[in-house]
Design a protein around this ligand. Structure first.
Ligand SMILES: Cc1ncc(COP(=O)(O)O)c(C=O)c1O
Length: 396
């Protein structure tokens, strides 16, 4: 049998300490490794597989389009990207879409759009205010946008034009807003940076401030969008509408795709401002269209909300049982459990041994980002495994 993990060591750039298993197959909320062992997957391709693994709607749309037309470039009209654009606009507060390939690319597009707005309407304003603990992507610009020191240091000097301020603090945003500011960029709920839930009225205050100053509000919904928080888009839960929004992750049901959406007023790209070789690719667009249509027609966000509440109550029971759990937080099916000690790595590894994939969020916190189709009984299974693992920790 090929030792895939040895091949990884030899050939792949070593940027991540991978878990010691090689996944070969997935179906619904389950995956299997190359030794045939089954796992319940509460990582879901890193908050991507909203309909689980290999959902027939996703697979059929992809296969059919792959047999029909695969890649053309944006120099031609193609049907899937236009159907997807229409579906996104008709189901959001947005007016226009550019379809790209990842979260990073969607956020780059969003920032380019805000800077273009600044160059056309705000006397060349170009600065974007973001918050500490945010995560927006791994390009150089988005490394600067992400408010995490540890991401910055290895790649300095970083592109200029990004100011990171305290999260959940409107006064901090006001204090750094100048005539150079073109936008404030936020995640409705910070995901990678710790599942940090801001005060309910924080987004409203930021929205009001952006309106007062005539600057753009960009919401990075790469992780929170497509039902993850229990509504199709996170902004719907906070009673605000962004000017520009980025999407990726769940949008393609497992295939790489991203999108930048904007209100008409903010959709200021002119001819030649933006393009991407694979942008609007027929296969990814057709797959995303089928995924999004299924998500909407089957109220998958509603399932994320209900099952998310069920999972929270189960996690709260574990918190009552184990004093070293300090907090359960998040919304929908983006949830974190924090410990008073640095045991996340060993909890993740023990869960793995017991057939549960779970994400290490920080040294002292784990994250649940399962497929949004997960059921209460699958949640019970996950909770049983976690309980068993935590009881082992408690015994030590
Ligand atoms: C909120 C947010 N924005 C942007 C990104 C970057 O997306 P990608 O990894 O597709 O480039 C991520 C990825 O985790 C994310 O969570």
């Amino acid at each position: 049998m090929t030792d895939w993990q040895e091949l990884d060591k030899k050939y792949f750039m070593q940027t991540i300490v991978r878990h010691p298993l090689t996944l070969v197959r997935g179906e619904g909320v389950r995956v299997w490794d190359d030794k045939g062992k089954e796992y319940l997957d509460c990582v879901g391709g890193l908050a991507v597989n909203c309909l689980g693994h290999c959902h027939p709607v996703v697979v059929d749309a992809m296969a059919e389009q792959a047999r029909t037309l695969m890649q053309t470039s944006l120099w031609y009209y193609t049907v899937p990207m236009l159907r997807l654009a229409e579906l996104l606009v008709e189901n959001s507060c947005m007016d226009r879409v550019f379809i790209c390939n990842s979260g990073l690319e969607a956020n780059e597009g969003a920032i380019k759009l805000a800077r273009r707005y600044g160059s056309l309407k705000l006397n060349g304003a170009y600065e974007v205010i973001t918050t500490n603990s945010s995560f927006h992507g791994r390009s150089l610009a988005l490394t600067a946008a992400s408010g995490q020191e540890k991401m910055h240091a290895p790649f300095e000097p970083l592109p200029v034009g990004f100011i990171n301020v305290e999260n959940n603090d409107i006064e901090a945003i006001k204090a750094v807003t100048t005539e150079k500011t073109c936008a404030v960029m936020l995640e409705p709920l910070q995901a990678e940076g710790g599942v940090n839930v801001a005060d309910d009225d924080f987004l409203k205050k930021v929205r009001a401030w952006c309106d007062e100053k005539g600057i753009m509000l960009i919401l990075d919904e790469v992780q929170t969008g497509i039902g993850r928080l229990g509504a199709l888009f996170g902004y719907q839960l906070y009673g605000v509408e962004p000017d520009i929004m980025s999407l990726a992750k769940g949008l393609g049901g497992g295939i790489p795709i991203g999108a930048v959406l904007a209100k008409e007023k903010a959709a200021v790209f002119t001819l030649g401002d933006h393009n991407a070789t694979f942008g609007g690719n027929p296969v990814t667009s057709a797959t995303a269209y089928a995924t999004l249509k299924y998500v909407i027609e089957n109220d998958i966000p509603g399932n994320a909300r209900k099952v998310g509440q069920y999972l929270v109550s189960g996690l709260e029971s574990l918190k009552n049982k184990y004093s070293f759990i300090t907090e359960v937080r998040g919304r929908g099916l983006l949830l974190a459990v924090e410990f008073d000690k640095e045991i996340a790595e060993s909890v993740v590894m023990k869960c793995l041994e017991n057939g549960l994939l779970i994400n290490k969020l920080k040294t002292n916190a784990i994250r649940f980002i399962p497929p949004l189709i997960i059921t209460n009984s699958e949640v019970d299974e996950a909770l049983d495994i976690l309980d068993k693992v935590l009881s082992g920790v408690a015994d030590k």
